[in-house]
Design a protein around this ligand. Structure first.
Ligand code: AVJ
Length: 318
């Protein structure tokens, strides 16, 4: 990207952050969209989270993809064009491609060009000769697949239980749109975290070393840095709470004492104990995931899990 274009993109991003912050902090129950957790520092902290003893999802999903690679590849068959929604550093895409029989192409899709570049170059150097065709797009919306994948059978790939960050209605809308993008008759390999004992869930989102707390609190630092806010970050604490009715872990930032915060010419007051809801991570029961997929036009044809039933990897037929 040229210097001027990069500056325009950064300014548009800043304006969107301010707009979301004004809307979220004005709501009767204060909230901020979880996508803002991932600036450079947030991405670094998330990477550290994936290596924590308490955070089982990444390591369990990687184990499933590794140990069941033969069964997964057999179910998918040869020649698939793999379309990954939000590839991160490309490590899981590389792992999936390594197990598949003669994949036809790798299509990472992300809104952030710099991350997309990292995933694309990682896979390209691991698999010389495989067409790597990155697409810059917001994958929650429709987008066009590269013409070069031709008639290869399409396999969507959405690992990491990122589906859990959507409200159930948004998750269904995402799956429906993904089917429209990939085409009827395509498949989707989907990672979803499972409902389990509450202490295991809460520890995964509130680790002893405080890395998840730093990840959550970084959002306030980001608002101070990028949106000109004046949060007293030491006056807030991270909380991870299981919501049993909605079967999700919620991250909140709780005011430890009354607070007054200024942002973009507005004043926001916090009572002691009042929170900003920063993320929801929905956990699924297998029946509920099957029903969600069905409501979005997909049929679950296989599910792989670990012996402790912590995490699930689904093959959906569109
Ligand atoms: C990568 C978005 C799925 O919800 O488990 C980790 C993010 N948040 N710890 C998740 C996250 C707190 C993660 N996702």
């Amino acid at each position: 990207m040229s210097g001027a274009l990069a500056r325009d993109a950064a300014e548009a991003q800043r304006a969107a952050l301010v707009a979301d912050a004004l809307a979220g902090l004005s709501a009767p129950r204060k909230t901020l969209p979880c996508k803002w957790l991932y600036d450079a520092e947030g991405a670094r902290l998330f990477e550290a989270i994936t290596r924590l003893p308490e955070y089982y999802p990444t390591r369990t999903e990687t184990k499933i993809l590794t140990e069941q690679a033969t069964a997964i590849a057999a179910a998918i068959g040869p020649g698939a064009a793999v379309v990954e929604f939000g590839p991160g550093d490309g490590a899981k895409g590389e792992l999936l491609l390594a197990g598949l029989q003669s994949p036809a192409a790798y299509v990472p899709v992300d809104i952030a060009p710099e991350w997309l570049e990292a995933a694309a170059s990682r896979v390209a150097s691991a698999r010389p000769g495989l067409p790597v065709l990155p697409v810059v797009a917001d994958f929650t919306q429709g987008f066009a697949l590269p013409k070069r994948i031709g008639a290869a059978p399409r396999l969507g790939f959405f690992p990491g239980s990122t589906i859990g960050n959507f409200e159930p209605a948004e998750a269904a809308a995402f799956l429906r749109r993904a089917r429209a993008t990939l085409g009827a008759g395509s498949r989707m390999l989907l990672g979803a975290d499972l409902v389990k004992a509450v202490p295991v869930l809460e520890a995964a989102y509130d680790d002893a070393a405080g890395v998840t707390a730093a990840f959550d609190l970084n959002l306030l630092h980001r608002l101070n840095r990028e949106a000109g806010a004046d949060f007293d970050v030491a006056g807030f604490a991270h909380r991870a709470i299981w919501n049993p009715a909605l079967e999700r872990v919620e991250m909140h930032l709780a005011a430890l004492r009354p607070q007054v915060v200024h942002l973009a010419g507005r004043v926001f007051r916090f009572a002691e104990g009042e929170t900003i809801h920063t993320e929801s991570s929905h956990k699924y029961r297998p029946e509920a995931l099957g029903a969600l997929a069905a409501a979005a036009g997909w049929r679950a044809t296989a599910m792989w899990s670990d012996p402790q039933r912590l995490f699930s990897v689904w093959l959906l037929q569109g």
